[in-house]
Structure formats: structure tokens, C-alpha cells
Ligand binder design. Structure first.
Ligand code: SAM
Length: 256
């Protein structure tokens, strides 16, 4: 290993590159289109939008899209590299800001890619659910996507298939994810190894996040307590009802 160790930050570009958006949208696109249509959604907010790929997709499904994320870097990247449609508005902010920001109410609020559990504990998840509920029009819906926190499922998938990204400067990024189940909090390790053009290790970095172990039973209870009336769960294939012994992640659609 070389002596100089540059600081490492898992940046917006790396986040964006490690997801196969085409494959993801091939699975998700029709589900979103149909549900927005049947709910007559015109105004949509995507909270925790990351690089705003969903917001850009949704811009042809609904009239107005707001995409919000507390990471200024994600928002800047989205503005420069992702968002092309004029009906997408990018905002810097998180769940806490939802109460104060003057953006009106929405027919649909989405919160995708496991954003809700990264709030870490049940108190924060519940408060996010409450602020989302307040921002919904009568008859509006909220859609959450998060991983299946059943212990057996987390343990079976405790290592994700590593991803390899080759950059033009000759660097190779090896991205590994590791999960460790906990009854209350589940640990997620994001392990990044960067090899330089001579294949020497330039960076080895581990970022650990504690996620709220958001099992369906708990999520359901919290959502009903926050005033949502009906909740429907689909597996990550977007076709079958969620089966906790089968699906690695899920979509929860909450009706007001
Ligand atoms: C795993 S990424 C998901 C991004 C995107 N929704 C997707 O599906 O690819 C989680 C995102 O949540 C954002 N985030 C973190 N804390 C948040 C909070 N308190 N409120 C809203 N978003 C938050 C992060 O900045 C990050 O962009």
C-alpha cells in the first residue's frame, strides 16, 4: 500500500454509478406509472431522492415533481448530470424540513431505495411518517421501498455481490456491502477498495450505518398510528404480494 492515503468520500457519482438504473427501472417503471395513474397523481414529491433518477423518470408520468435530499452534493449532481425535465424542482432538505418548507401538498410522496430505515431509529421513522402524512392531499398516497428485515433474509443475503467500477483514469473501485441483523438496529457496512492504475490499493474504506430494523409488523403499526388507513405490500418484483420468506425488498403503498 502506498503511503499517501487520500480522504475518501462515497460521492454522488459513485452512488449513481453503482446502480444499474436501466435494470432497476425495467422492473419498477410500470408499477409507478400505473399507481400514479390510478391515483390521479399530478403533484409528486420524492424525498431522499439521491441523484434524482426517479424524479426524472416520474417527470413524464405526472405534471409536477419535487425532488428533495439533505445532501447538497446529491442535489448538485442531480442538477448537473441527471435532471433534464423542466417540471422537476430540486430542493435541499430532509424529513425535518418538510414541516416548514413552502411547497404545498402532494398527491403522491415517494421515499425509495431504503431511505426510511437509514433514519436509524423508530422514533425518527415515525416522525418521518407523520410529516409525510401531513404533506399529502386527501386521498393521497405514500410509497416506501425498503429491504426485508426478516432475520433469515438478512442473514441469507448478508453479503451483496461486489460491484466493480472502472474509471477512465485507470482506477478500479470495488464496492462491497455487508449486513448484520440486529433486533432493533441492523448494521450495514459499505466497504470500498480503490486500486490505482498499477493495481496497488490506494484506498480501503469502511463506512458503517446503523439502520432501523423495520419489520413489516412494526412498520404497519407505526403507519396506522400516524393516520394512514390502508397499506398494501408488494415484493421487489413489483408483481407479487410481498412474501417475507421470498422477497429481498418491498414496496409499501400507504393510503390516507
Ligand atoms: C440509499 S439513498 C437512496 C436514494 C434514492 N432514493 C434511490 O432510491 O436511489 C438514501 C438517500 O437518503 C438521503 N437522506 C439521508 N438522511 C435523510 C433524511 N433525514 N431525510 C431525507 N433524506 C435523507 C441521503 O442523502 C441519500 O441520498
Amino acid at each position: 500500500m502506498k503511503n499517501e492515503k487520500p480522504n475518501f468520500k462515497f460521492d454522488a457519482e459513485l452512488y449513481d454509478e453503482q446502480i444499474n438504473w436501466e435494470a432497476r427501472f425495467n422492473v419498477e417503471k410500470d408499477f409507478f406509472y400505473n399507481i400514479f395513474k390510478s391515483n390521479n397523481s399530478k403533484r409528486l414529491l420524492d424525498i431522499g431522492c439521491g441523484t434524482a433518477r426517479h424524479a426524472q423518470l416520474f417527470s413524464s408520468f405526472v405534471e409536477e415533481v419535487y425532488a428533495m435530499d439533505p445532501s447538497q452534493e446529491m442535489i448538485d449532481y442531480a442538477r448537473e448530470r441527471v435532471v433534464k425535465s423542466e417540471n422537476v424542482k430540486l430542493l435541499t432538505g430532509g424529513f425535518k424540513d418538510l414541516a416548514n418548507i413552502k411547497i404545498g401538498n402532494f398527491d403522491t410522496i415517494t421515499c425509495l431505495g431504503n431511505t426510511l430505515p437509514i433514519l436509524e431509529n423508530r422514533r425518527k421513522v415515525k416522525s418521518a411518517l407523520k410529516s409525510i402524512k401531513k404533506r399529502l392531499n386527501k386521498g393521497g398516497i405514500a410509497i416506501f421501498q425498503f429491504i426485508n428485515f426478516e432475520q433469515s433474509m438478512i442473514e441469507k443475503n448478508s453479503y451483496y455481490q461486489p460491484k466493480i467500477i472502472r474509471r477512465d483514469d485507470g482506477r478500479i473501485y470495488l464496492l462491497n456491502r455487508h449486513f448484520e441483523y440486529g433486533k432493533i438496529k441492523t448494521r450495514a457496512d459499505f466497504i470500498t477498495t480503490v486500486l490505482d492504475s498499477e493495481n496497488d490499493i490506494e484506498i480501503f474504506n469502511v463506512d458503517t450505518t446503523m439502520m432501523c430494523t423495520l419489520k413489516i409488523r412494526i412498520f404497519q403499526k407505526m403507519a396506522l398510528n400516524c393516520g394512514f388507513k390502508k397499506i398494501h405490500y408488494l415484493g421487489n418484483d413489483t408483481k407479487e404480494s410481498f412474501n417475507k420468506a421470498k422477497h429481498i425488498s418491498l414496496f409499501a403503498t400507504l393510503k390516507t
